[in-house]
Design a protein around this ligand. Structure first.
Ligand code: SF4
Length: 352
């Protein structure tokens, strides 16, 4: 075992993780950056684009979420997007430099009749030479296998917070439901994207508890999104108090130390972070961002702001790991889009 490999552990104790959170800020950041350099080029950040393929009217009661049908947030409900429209958006994301295209639907779980549409989206995105990622709610083992068969690279399913604090935030699905979906995804051979949200009124112990759950999985999630709560008017967490920015950076740094091989992703809440916060997060080990499109339903800084900051910091977008498609494939994709239009490949999820 190399020294670097020995840093990848699955047996973190609450005391160890709590001690990391309690380190002086500079010591913690130095440690996180030292670990980061052993596994990643510190001057590269992976970029993904996220598209909401079905917005709002979700039956779940996640207290932070404007898409829940239990809260009046003024969010416009949308039907499941047409396949050809999703593929057009993916092509645009590719043109602006995204290497991964993530598609999110506000469902408790996909229904059987949804599956042909979402698998068609995965196939189309893959054929463009982009990595594909989906977040569709809870998945059965069969649904995970179907998505894997279609070529899905990543599935996002967040744990959100610690098992102890979880019941304060969501009551319509259990922590164990979430772990089952993650395990179904992993068993199907799909890479796992799983993280949480900070700033929901949880304690440092809860942040440690979330990261322990993720880092003590038999295999660490390949992507770990760390979201800052976006307080949306109409949701029960709209009046939550501000999280200290340094506590957010500490969470990034501890995630980096606990899961050295994972991409730690800056996700929701970036709009409220200035350039200095972004730079500090990159130093703490964040090496993935969503850019370009809206991050589901919360505003996201425009892509060019990110690229300008990358330039000022000497950061390069990380190369995609999948091969680029040639011109012949591009033509085929265009034909596929045309075919989909002809077929009126459309499904009204609102009638589900
Ligand atoms: S977080 Fe997901 S599951 Fe929860 S209410 Fe929002 S869309 Fe539904």
């Amino acid at each position: 075992m190399t020294a670097a490999n020995s840093l990848v552990r699955h047996d973190w104790t609450p005391q160890e993780v709590q001690s990391l959170f309690e380190l002086p800020f500079n010591d913690l950041l130095f440690k996180a950056q030292s670990v980061h350099r052993q596994y990643f080029n510190p001057n590269e950040v992976q970029v993904s684009t996220l598209l909401s393929i079905k917005t709002g009217a979700c039956p779940e009661d996640c207290k932070y979420c404007p898409q829940s049908n239990r809260y009046d947030t003024g969010l416009e409900k949308e039907k499941l997007m047409e396949v050809e429209k999703v593929l057009q958006e993916a092509a645009e994301a590719k043109a602006t430099g995204a290497t991964r295209f993530c598609m999110g639907a506000a469902w408790r779980s996909p229904k059987a009749k949804d599956m042909p549409y979402v698998t068609a989206m995965v196939k189309g995105v893959k054929e463009m030479g982009l990595e594909s990622c989906m977040t569709l709610g809870m998945l059965t083992a069969d649904q995970a296998a179907e998505l894997s068969e279609a070529g899905l690279d990543y599935y996002n399913h967040n744990l959100d917070t610690s098992p102890e604090f979880y019941g304060e935030v969501i009551t319509t699905r259990t922590y164990s439901d979430r772990l089952t979906t993650i395990s179904n995804v992993r068993d199907a051979g799909i890479k796992v994207c799983s993280g949480g949200i900070v700033g929901m009124g949880e304690t440092v112990k809860d942040r440690a508890g979330l990261l322990i759950q993720l880092s003590n999985m038999p295999q660490h999630p390949e992507s770990v999104p760390i979201n800052m709560l976006v307080r949306v008017e109409g949701t029960p967490l709209a009046q939550e108090t501000d999280l200290d920015n340094f506590d957010f950076i500490r969470t990034i740094a501890v995630a980096r130390i606990l899961m050295p091989e994972s991409h730690v992703r800056l996700s929701a809440g970036r709009e409220e972070m200035n350039e200095e916060m972004h730079a500090l997060a990159y130093f703490a080990g964040a090496n993935s961002i969503f850019y370009g499109e809206k991050l589901l339903t919360t505003a996201n800084p425009e892509a060019n702001k990110d690229l300008q900051l990358f330039d000022r910091l000497g950061i390069q977008p990380e190369d995609r790991e999948v091969e680029r498609c040639d011109d012949g494939e591009e033509d085929r994709i265009r034909e596929q889009i045309q075919q989909a239009q002809n077929d009126k490949f459309f499904y009204d999820a609102a009638q589900a």
